[in-house]
Design a protein around this ligand. Structure first.
Ligand SMILES: Cc1cc2nc3c(=O)[nH]c(=O)nc-3n(C[C@H](O)[C@H](O)[C@H](O)COP(=O)(O)OP(=O)(O)OC[C@H]3O[C@@H](n4cnc5c(N)ncnc54)[C@H](O)[C@@H]3O)c2cc1C
Length: 467
């Protein structure tokens, strides 16, 4: 919906109970709030949000522990096991309240996405993501964030309690009687102030703000940024201006398998099904099963800042369910070779060194024991014809942000709430601790959808108790 016909205050000119800034994961908050009877105004900065934001760009993996899909698949999982995985991956540095709340809500969230939003959710049981004890990532066919977001948008468009105002940017927020005043700017520079009961900052982090990335995460500042152009740090600026505390600002999700120069996602399923990464000298340089986020910096540290992912026909077939993988193939990034020598030739590598690397990897896989890099995950031994894809390490999104409680309410340093203000997704502190290595698959979308969902429930509860 465009701004035309809008008084800026929701359908029928009524004051919105909740303003949601950002139509990515924030739409889960808008929908849940409307389901609970609130009037919602969504303000979205980009006219291209349906394809341009991070939720749309994602592989749509949402973890939920103890879901009905897991029960049907005979998987015995629980929020406690999931929380233990989060704490192990983050070395205990993840925000406890947020991690606890999100590991608890995950199963309820994916069930709601299926039953209320109508998304065709399924459990991904073909790809074991590093750090997850169990198969618990739920997704949609094609593993496409754009398809997931399309379902959320369609449901919101059909809801008489929700207005989506786009393009319109939240530029400021101020305290107001019984709520907040959201200052919204339109593309022509005009501004409107909207009084609302509560405000959810769902505008993502600051990945597109080069100056902030250099300040908070210098180790990844030189990497390709592969995320929403609108992740400019607006939530952080607005929240801090209202007295909030921020935490874990050095946390980020990197990815070690962005195809160059195509800027498409090869995906880590390639490695988890038995592929390897070699550098421009034809050598492996680490344990690929450790995690794609932290591996981004390791790829960037190699000569030329790139590496070659090596897979075979078996892995190719295993990765076909991913839209991103197929797009990478269609872009022409993947080159087949009948022999190791031909593969070396295609990528300008030393054939003898690559042959030695391949022999070592195959031996480790066949022996099934940890190699020199500590990799013991070898579900398949590379064989037959081989394919290579040149990849680089990329920054996908920042993970730290405004400190929130278990209801996604934004907190001050003293632990009290910044009244009526909530944050979700890249705008909030998240569950990845510090740096890149705390990222578990799903740590992006679960805080995006889950914190928005929890914020909506809290805002509805407070609205009920105030009336
Ligand atoms: C290629 C890729 C694959 C990924 N795969 C996964 C995955 O499988 N699982 C997972 O958990 N995570 C994944 N992630 C991470 C995940 O996509 C993000 O963590 C998550 O989508 C962030 O959601 P969000 O709502 O915070 O931000 P977004 O989805 O980016 O939404 C924020 C919205 O706010 C708008 N906006 C910005 N500023 C303003 C403003 N001032 N006013 C109004 N609107 C504004 C933006 O235009 C945007 O539409 C992936 C990321 C990438 C790039």
């Amino acid at each position: 919906m465009s701004e035309e016909g809008m008084a800026g205050t929701g359908k029928g000119g009524l004051r919105p109970d909740l303003v949601v800034a950002g139509a990515g994961g924030g739409l889960a908050g808008a929908l849940r709030a409307a389901e609970l009877g609130l009037r919602v105004l969504v303000v979205e900065a980009s006219p291209h949000y349906a394809h341009g934001n991070n939720t749309a760009m994602s592989t749509a993996m949402v973890p939920g522990a103890g879901s009905r899909w897991q029960t049907e698949a005979g998987i015995d999982d629980s929020p406690e096991i999931f929380l233990a995985d989060v704490l192990a991956k983050t070395k205990g540095m993840a925000d406890r309240a947020v991690s606890h709340a999100l590991t608890e809500v995950g199963a309820r969230l994916v069930t709601w996405l299926a039953d209320y939003v109508g998304l065709p959710m399924e459990l991904a049981t073909d790809i074991p993501y590093p750090g997850h004890t169990n198969f618990r990532c739920h997704t949609v066919p094609g593993r496409s964030g754009a398809k997931m977001l399309a379902g959320l948008i369609a449901k919101a468009d059909a809801d008489p309690r929700i207005d989506i105002l786009a393009p319109a940017r939240l530029v400021d927020a101020q305290p107001a009687d019984d709520g907040l005043a959201a200052v919204i700017e339109f593309p022509d520079g005009s501004r409107e102030t909207v009084d609302c009961g509560a405000l959810l900052l769902a505008t993502n982090g600051y990945g597109a703000n080069r100056e902030m990335v250099e300040r908070y995460i210098p180790e990844i500042a030189g990497a390709t940024y592969h995320g929403s152009a609108e992740s400019r740090g607006d939530a952080l600026r607005i929240g801090l201006g209202l007295g909030a505390q921020a935490d874990c600002l050095d946390a980020y999700q990197g990815h070690a398998a962005l195809a160059v120069p195509y800027a498409t996602l090869l995906g880590w399923a390639t490695m988890m099904h038995g592929g390897i990464l070699v550098n421009n000298e034809g050598r492996r340089f680490g344990n690929e099963s450790r995690g794609y986020s932290e591996y981004a910096a390791e790829v960037l540290a190699q000569p030329g800042g790139t590496a070659i992912a090596v897979i075979d026909d078996y892995i190719f077939e295993k990765c076909r369910p991913f839209d991103d993988f197929r797009a990478t193939v269609e872009a022409g990034a993947l080159k087949w070779a009948e022999s190791v020598e031909e593969l070396a030739d295609l990528f300008g590598l030393d054939a003898a060194k690559l042959a030695a690397t391949m022999a070592d990897a195959r031996a480790s896989s066949e022996e099934g024991k940890a190699d020199a890099f500590g990799r013991s995950w070898w579900p398949h031994t590379l064989s037959g014809r081989l394919a290579g894809v040149r990849v680089t390490g990329a920054l996908f999104h920042t993970q730290g942000g405004l400190r929130v409680d278990e209801h996604a309410a934004v907190l001050r340093q003293d632990g009290t709430r910044v009244g009526h203000l909530y944050a979700s997704g890249g705008a909030a502190v998240g569950m990845s601790g510090h740096g890149a290595s705390g990222y578990l698959a799903g740590n992006g979308l679960l805080p995006a959808l889950g914190l928005a969902f929890l914020a909506a429930e809290d805002a509805a509860r407070l609205a009920r108790s105030a009336s």
